[in-house]
Design a protein. Structure first.
Length: 651
């Protein structure tokens, strides 16, 4: 309790106070004292981690050997590298004083695609670095706004040979009506009488960060952005006096910070007009006859594609079109990253520690990504899914294309851009929530079998078009169910065979040995049996392992495996690699092992237990223990085993 009592719920975010001369001296020593909102945001992003994708086989296939950058501030935005890079580019260019500093950052994407999450992260980052404001200013204005670059003082401050060297773009001469009144009436024109405060932007305290949401023609006007007169103070001041004005609009609050405009294009057009001057001229007019109010913050807006299209197609909106910097935020098209998004969402809920059977989240991710993909030409959409996820299908599907070829075809096929339509992460999370709570009287847990059932229910209950429903249901029956059957078969196989690991390693070692002799075209003499085999016999033996796995190009596959083993052995003092260390050969061996399944069916069955022998009963217990170790609950083991047996009979 002692430690708890020492902690607070934060501070008011107000730092030191200084005279304006002290502030100018600080500017001379430390240019960050007058950083723009964009410059502060850029620093909050952190130094990017450069990833040379050619060094990572999966990333190499996804990004075509390009160098990509990942930013610490967005580490948990999975599969959004390109969108994040465009967001960072906006702030980088704006920080350099380029055209982007006069534009609205507009996040465009489908519902549940991550637009709001990026906006929330940007607001959080804006809180990281301090700003300097005139003490008492209701619009958090920079002290440098008192000085014009053309004035005598301004020229002294921006003189590149002088002491201060402040860039001219920071010396706007745009002081707020509040500051002008104080300068004229309270300070007698002496700017030295102002005080400067160092503060931290704050979402909670509405300090330099603000959110604006759209209303309708009846209950919303430009005062939401620019503020309005405070009728309680009209008795004390004239209506056009700055002290009778309530600087409560979003642009007032977000000066030197960030304004988030939610669903911007749902707002009445007249409400958006102040954004034109705020972005282009760095100031805007209030609703009363007061002077221009400065604005040097960032405006971040977002909405979905249908609203953007309606807005863009309206000729009356042409003035805005040049003032938006569009960053598309599509759904991710990579299964692995989609699964990581679900893990992140579950981590923030009470389901975080509830049992989730292996492959559940992966299956949900596979279905979600399938709904977002355009059907490829002369290829399977399942192969496209795997290629987009970075897998190499050269030896599995000869018709599979590269990721870039799939993208090029999708771009040419017209309609919506790939990733801008399909099932959202919100839909997936609601489906997963229902799966976890499927067994209302039992355990709170999730498994792929219940997931397939829930997905079918939700698809049939949805008001989507008939063709869309049929397509989505087809993904479950044609791909998810079949692939999951194969997955369960491997899981059960591994849990049943005592010598599974040893058996798999022996198969791997044998395959490498025979493949090596086959490549060299030499006969092989077995030291144990004394028998000799030639190249044709080598080929026949290798095919026994390759054919169950559907290897389409055995020659290339054999060469690849042999080269991998030789390289590994040269790096590990001649030791053989573990058979599961190379995913391609591991999958081939696992499929070969499936051939022994018939002998272990009694072991995995939960039905007719009275007919089992004592040894089978013992083996069944071991099977159950191993499945639990793999991540299943006992109840899930029974469900999955029975599902497997039922589907094996019908297959």
């Amino acid at each position: 309790m002692t430690r708890l009592n020492e902690l607070t719920l934060g501070t008011s975010c107000v730092g030191e106070e200084m005279s304006i001369e002290e502030y100018l001296e600080l500017c001379a020593r430390d240019p960050s004292a007058y950083d723009s909102a964009e410059e502060r945001m850029l620093k909050a992003f952190g130094e990017p981690v450069k990833v040379d994708t050619k060094d990572n086989p999966r990333l190499s296939r996804i990004f075509g050997n390009r160098m990509i950058r990942r930013y610490p501030a967005f580490n948990d935005f999975y599969g959004a590298e390109e969108a994040i890079e465009r967001v960072v580019a906006f702030f980088r260019h704006a920080a350099q004083g380029l055209e982007e500093r006069k534009q609205v950052l507009y996040l465009l994407g489908p519902v549940g695609g991550g637009k709001s999450s990026i906006a929330e992260r940007l607001k959080s980052l804006m809180e990281k670095r301090p700003i300097y404001v005139l003490k008492g200013s209701p619009v958090f204005e920079s002290p440098l706004g008192l000085f014009s670059a053309e004035s005598e003082i301004g020229q002294l401050l921006c003189d590149t040979k002088g002491e201060y060297k402040i860039p001219t773009r920071h010396l706007t001469g745009l002081a707020s009506p509040w500051a002008v009144k104080r300068l004229d009436e309270d300070h007698g024109g002496d700017w030295r009488k102002f005080k400067v405060q160092k503060i931290y932007p704050s979402v909670l305290r509405q300090r330099a960060i603000c959110k604006v949401e759209p209303g309708d023609e009846n209950n919303q006007d430009i005062s939401t952005l620019v503020g309005k007169v405070n009728i309680r103070r009209v008795d004390d001041f004239d209506q056009n006096d700055p002290d009778s004005y309530s600087f409560s609009g979003g642009l007032c609050i977000a000066n030197q910070g960030l304004l988030e405009f939610v669903e911007m294009f749902k707002a009445p057009l007249k409400m958006l007009h102040p954004l034109l001057t705020a972005t282009q001229e760095g100031n805007f007019k209030g609703t009363e006859g007061i002077g221009a109010i400065p604005f040097s913050g960032v405006i971040v807006a977002h909405s979905n594609e249908s609203e953007w299209q309606a807005f863009r197609n309206n000729k009356a909106n042409e003035a805005f079109l040049d003032r938006v910097y569009i960053v598309k935020i599509p759904y991710t098209l990579r299964v692995d990253e989609e699964r990581q998004i679900y893990e992140k969402m579950l981590a923030g809920s009470d389901l975080a520690n509830k049992p989730c059977a292996p492959h559940t989240l992966n299956m949900m991710a596979q279905w979600s990504v399938l709904t977002r993909l355009k059907d490829p030409e002369n290829s399977s959409i399942w192969s496209k899914l795997l290629v987009y996820d970075g897998e190499d299908l050269k030896d599995i599907d000869p018709q599979a294309k590269s990721a870039q070829e799939y993208r090029d075809h999708a771009d040419k096929s017209g309609g919506h851009e790939e990733g801008m339509t399909g099932s959202s992460t919100r839909f997936a999370f609601k489906a997963l929530s229902q799966v976890f709570n499927f067994d209302q009287e039992g355990e709170i847990a999730a498994n792929p079998i219940h997931l397939m059932y829930v997905l079918k229910q939700r698809i049939n209950a949805d008001d989507a078009q008939k063709e869309t429903k049929e397509r989505y249901l087809k993904f479950i029956d044609e791909f998810l169910k079949k692939k999951y059957f194969q997955f369960v078969e491997r899981e059960i196989q591994g849990a049943c065979v005592d010598s599974y690991e040893e058996y798999g390693q022996n198969l791997f070692n044998r395959y490498f040995l025979i493949a090596d002799y086959w490549i060299r075209g030499e006969d092989y003499r077995d030291q144990d049996t004394g028998t000799t085999s030639n190249k044709n016999q080598h080929n026949n033996e290798l095919e026994k392992t390759e054919k169950p796995a559907g290897i389409a190009n055995p020659k290339d596959f054999r060469n690849e495996v042999v080269h991998y083993v030789l390289r590994y052995r040269s790096e590990h003092a001649g030791a053989m690699p573990p058979w599961k260390s190379y995913r391609k050969i591991a999958e081939v061996i696992e499929k070969h092992l499936v051939g022994t399944m018939e002998t272990i069916l009694p072991v995995i069955s939960f039905r007719g237990t009275q007919k089992r022998s004592e040894q089978e009963e013992k083996d069944h217990g071991k099977f159950l223990e191993r499945m639990v170790v793999k991540g299943y609950t006992p109840k899930q083991v029974r469900l999955i085993s029975e599902w497997y047996l039922d589907n094996k009979k019908s297959s």
